[in-house]
Ligand binder design. Structure first.
Ligand code: NDP
Length: 249
């Protein structure tokens, strides 16, 4: 489809961008697209082999050399995020973009069947980790000329839906985190926005909708104009907005 978002071919040249959940799905595609458009990407994710495969693809394509940060957001604590911020500051001389993309769907089902353990796990991966990572990286991002934080939302982060329990609640809170932070950052060099990918052909979508034919869905690559727009300086004046990656021109 014809995307509503436009971007220049080398719009991310000279920028360093960290992507969470960079080993699969939308995060994997975003990492490759950001690198293709000139960025040095820091690939954070749970499964090291997946991150290595993305790393290899980026190097083989001749894009700027990426870095790998294996991290399980389920177990990571504040000290790990602090260590990561220090490494980024010393090795990359700064950070211009942060894409919060990693998420856990959790178990879909009736509210009364959601165990506290499942609820806590989804909140840990989808929400608390974002809080800790953002908090640790804010001082580094604030040093950049123009920097962008993008949170990943969902349709169920704007309107509740039966049986989407923990995941939907975590996405509402993600929108809330974005808005609160954006209001605080208003007028600064740093901006925060959210993006709703919309139904996309990935393994998360397949586990949520097992009866759906994946070939009827847009691919992660189809969403990239919106992601590139939000990470590039083209969106420098936009703060606190919720974007729809599948908005059509
Ligand atoms: P995938 O399940 O395909 O990919 C999710 C990524 O997050 C994987 O790379 C996974 O790593 C990583 N991840 C999950 N748990 C952890 C963890 N504990 N620590 C570190 N990394 C972790 O999902 P999508 O690409 O479909 O989704 C990307 C984002 O888009 C999510 O925020 C999702 O909520 C959102 N979204 C997706 C939609 C869709 O239709 N696909 C629709 C609306 C929103 P690993 O593979 O190693 O487990």
């Amino acid at each position: 489809f014809q995307s509503a978002y436009s971007f220049e071919p080398q719009c991310l040249t000279g920028k360093t961008i960290l992507i969470t959940g960079a080993g699969d799905g939308i995060g994997r595609q975003a990492a490759k697209s950001f690198a293709e458009h000139g960025a040095t990407v820091i690939l954070l994710g749970k499964t090291t082999a997946k991150l290595e495969a993305v790393y290899d693809e980026i190097v083989e394509a001749g894009y700027p050399q990426p870095a790998i940060v294996p991290m399980d957001l389920k177990g990571a604590e504040e000290s790990h995020y602090q260590g990561l911020a220090e490494t980024i500051e010393s090795q990359f001389k700064g950070l211009d973009g942060l894409l919060h993309n990693a998420s856990l769907l959790g178990t879909l089902g009736p509210f009364e069947h959601i165990s506290l353990e499942q609820f806590d796990e989804v909140m840990q991966v989808n929400l608390r980790s974002q809080f800790m990572l953002t908090k640790a990286l804010l001082p580094v991002l604030k040093q950049a000329d123009k920097a962008s934080i993008v949170f990943t939302s969902s349709g169920v982060g704007k309107k509740g839906r039966a049986y989407w329990g923990s995941y939907a609640i975590s996405k509402f809170a993600t929108e809330g985190m974005m808005q609160t932070l954006a209001d605080e950052l208003d007028g600064s060099n740093l901006r925060a926005n959210s993006i709703n990918p919309g139904a996309t052909r990935t393994s998360m979508r397949a586990s949520a909708f097992p009866a759906e034919d994946p070939m009827t869905l847009p691919t992660a690559a189809d969403l990239m104009p919106a992601y590139l727009y939000l990470m590039s300086d083209a969106s420098a004046d936009n703060n606190g907005q919720a974007y729809d990656a599948q908005a059509k021109a």
